[in-house]
Every structure is written in C-alpha cells, then in structure tokens.
Design a protein around this ligand. Structure first.
Ligand code: SF4
Length: 431
C-alpha cells in the first residue's frame, strides 16, 4: 500500500403546508460522482483534519482532478493505494494501512483528526475500516483521533460523503449536560457564510450556537436533549438521525436559499428560542431586503423559463423551490438521488403541482424526458452537460452549486446569477 498525496495545483413568510405528492422512483444507470468528492470541501472546513482514502489509483485521480484547481494549501487528504498484491491477498492490508498511518502522523503531527475513508476497492476486499480506526485510535491516543466512514461509489453519491463523515463524528461528540438549550448548525458551510449566520443569531439573542463540523477537531460541539439543530444542507439524513439518537431535536424549516428560505430557516430557530416576533423582523429586515434586491437583477432573465434538474447533489428540491417561488421559473422535472422526504416536506409543498419529482436515476429514460420537454435550462453533472449542449440544450453544472457559497441573504443574488449566467451565454452565442 502506498500513500498518494495530491500535488499542489498549478493553476418567513413562507408557511407551506405538508406535501403528499407523488414521486417517480427510478433505478438504473446513474451519472453521479461518488462520496469521496465531499473531501474537497470538508478538508478545507476542518482545518486540522486529514482524509485518508483507502482506495485505488482511480480514487487518487478523482481527488487530484476534482481538487486540483481548488487547493491552495498543503493538501490534507491523500490516498492509501491498494496495490495488486494487496488485492491478491499477498500482503496484509491492515499492517500496510497501519504503516501508512504511522508514517503520515509522524510526518504531520498537526493532524488532530484522521478519517479513514472507505472506497469501492476497500469494500470489495472487505477491509474493515471501523476496526482499523479503533485499533489506530488506541495507538495514537492523546495525539490524533481516528474515525472512519465510507465514500465508496457503491454506497454513496457525491454529497452523501459529507453526510457519512458528519454521522461518523456524532457518536464521538461530548454529552451536553447543561440545562440551557443550545443551537447547532449542521452542515459544512463556507466560513464566511457561517459567520454571517452566527452574527444574525447573536443579534437575535440566541447566545449558544455551535456548528457541526467545527473548524477544529477539539471544538466539535456537545450534543444532548437540549440541543436544537438546523440542517443547513438537505443531504444530511444519517447525520440528523444520529443527532436525534443522542436526544437532539431538529427544527423543521425551509433550507436557507434565497430571501424566503433564509427567513424561514432563521425563523424556525427564533421560534424555538422564544425570540420576540417584532425583534426577529427588525433584525432580519436589512438582510432580507438586500437579498430581494440582489435577486431582482436576475429576474428578467429567469422569469417564465423552464428548468429541469437531473439528480446530482440533493440540493435540487430546495433550489427548485427558490427558483419557482422567488424568480418565477417553471421547474419541469426535479430529480434527486435520494429524497429525504421528512426534511423536505415544506420544500415539496411549495413546488408547482405539475412539477415531476423523481428520485434515483435511469439516465437514458431521464434524458429522453429532457429531450421531449426541451427545458430552457438543464442542471446536471459534468458528464452529461457537454452532450446535452451539443444537442442544443443549455446546461448548468450541478457541482458549481456545491462549491459556491449560496446559502443565506448575502449570497442570494449570486445564487440567482448562477442560473442566469448560462441563459445569458446562450443568448449571446445565438446572436
Ligand atoms: Fe471510483 Fe469507487 Fe474510488 Fe469513487 S470510490 S473514485 S467510484 S473506485
């Protein structure tokens, strides 16, 4: 087993009712990244963590190419490559893995949290990474905490990697024994966005607010029956379940996209913490107005235009809601790899009745629907975008929506612009 570390780059007012709408479920060939992709944003968020993928050269190449243009510091992720002799059973993979971890931690003592990340190859050879993590945790006790989760394409898609990572953190969180309620923001947000939310909560008078994940391993939040949590991302089903198992209570809300989604999300916390309604409105009014003004810039480009989301990041339902309710777009089909219906009830209720909601993917059938409906804009993965553009359709890369700051009032204008830009480009090219 060898360690491959990537080289540095060169280069509310919404009060929706519950939704009982039909969902088209499809199982077939799918075109989605695997859960390893989450490492790209997670390693930047937790600044003393390292993500060690136990995988193949393919996994190493995926990480290198996905992160190659985005990493601007010494990388805190790498791949312990399972070689042919490991696969052939000629070497003891556990011993090899221990050696790789020992070498890594000796060379990088600043690593306080190490994730062993499972991949397709480690699953195929049934390498038990939870036992490896337990064994190595004892060995490196006092210096580095070692956890594991799976990012394999067999088990996870794209953003589910973050869900698996955060869910792995939860059993390890300290018990919150205080009597006072605390708020937890769950989901990796860019620091600048997280700081904006923390400032608003402070202005609202909600004093104890934690984030999961925290920016440092030692600062991970405590959890207990007095924890109220807000999901910042719609793809955190396992994490939510793990927190609820520890007694925490989820606050049901829209996701914080756009002026209305952000207002509703903040309002859920304000209500749970007994914030006076007038005070709430006065605190959020400036941000809400800023967001509404910023969104208006894109309205003329987007209003009345049809849009289809192919399943990719699991952000599809709340983004379609934002585009439909705040910009007048018409979602034709909203596909998502998995539909966490319990977390998305309010979002689904705000989508137009005739929007097709689909879960899972049978890519050929789905592409036939796209060709039949000819939406003005199709949001899809990188591999489908070029062929669709070639057929004359206008596309938006779904991955950009994951890597760009899009949550909250101050990002609402940029979020709308991300959808307006391809349509503007199309119009320019046609002229
Ligand atoms: Fe490919 Fe599986 Fe490695 Fe992901 S985990 S890069 S799908 S081999």
């Amino acid at each position: 087993m060898t360690l491959a570390v990537p080289s540095l780059p060169t280069g509310s007012d919404c009060a929706p009712a519950s939704s009982k709408r039909e969902v088209l479920r499809e199982r077939g060939q799918r075109e989605v990244f695997c859960g390893l992709t989450g490492i790209i944003w997670l390693h930047r968020k937790v600044q003393d963590a390292f993500f060690l993928v136990v995988g193949s050269r393919t996994c190493a190449h995926l990480l290198q190419s996905a992160a190659g243009v985005m990493v601007f510091a010494e990388p805190r992720f790498g791949t312990a490559i399972i070689e042919e002799r490991d696969l052939a059973g000629m070497a003891d993979c556990n011993e090899e893995l221990d050696r790789v971890v020992d070498r890594l931690l000796a060379r990088r003592p600043e690593i306080k949290l190490l994730f062993l990340v499972g991949s397709c190859p480690s699953e195929v050879i049934k390498l038990d990474l939870s036992r490896a993590a337990a064994r190595l945790s004892v060995k490196h006790a006092g210096g580095t905490k070692i956890l594991n989760y799976s990012g394999s394409g067999i088990e996870t898609t794209f953003t589910e990697g973050e869900d698996a990572c955060l869910a792995a953190l939860v059993p390890d969180l300290a018990a919150d024994l205080s009597d006072a309620p605390s708020l937890m923001i769950v989901g990796a947000l860019p620091d600048v966005v997280e700081d904006q939310f923390l400032r608003i909560f402070a202005e609202l008078g909600i004093t104890t607010v934690h984030s999961l994940p925290a920016r440092r391993a030692a600062a991970m939040p405590p959890v207990g029956p007095n924890t109220r949590f807000l999901l910042a991302q719609p793809f955190l089903g396992e994490t939510a379940r793990a927190l609820e198992d520890r007694g925490a209570q989820r606050l049901d809300a829209l996701f914080p996209f756009g002026a209305e989604g952000t207002t509703n999300w903040l309002h859920a916390a304000a209500t749970a913490f007994g914030v006076d309604e007038m005070h709430f409105r006065s605190v959020i009014a400036p941000g809400r107005e800023r967001a509404k003004r910023a969104i208006e810039h894109s309205r003329s480009r987007l209003e009345g235009k049809t849009i289809t989301f192919l399943p990719d990041s699991q952000l599809e339902v709340p983004l379609a809601r934002f585009l439909a309710t705040e910009l007048g777009m018409i979602p034709v089909e909203v596909g998502t790899p998995y539909l966490h219906r319990r977390h998305l009830e309010q979002e689904l209720a705000l989508l137009p009745e005739d929007t097709l909601i689909s879960e899972g993917q049978d890519v050929d059938k789905q592409l036939d629907r796209v060709r039949a409906t000819q939406p003005d804009l199709t949001v899809c993965g990188l591999g489908l975008a070029n062929p669709l553009e070639n057929e004359g359709l206008t596309t938006k890369w779904a991955i950009e929506l994951v890597f760009s700051p899009i949550h909250g009032f101050d990002q609402a204008g940029d979020l709308a612009e991300l959808f307006a830009r391809p349509l503007r480009r199309r119009d320019v090219l046609r002229v």
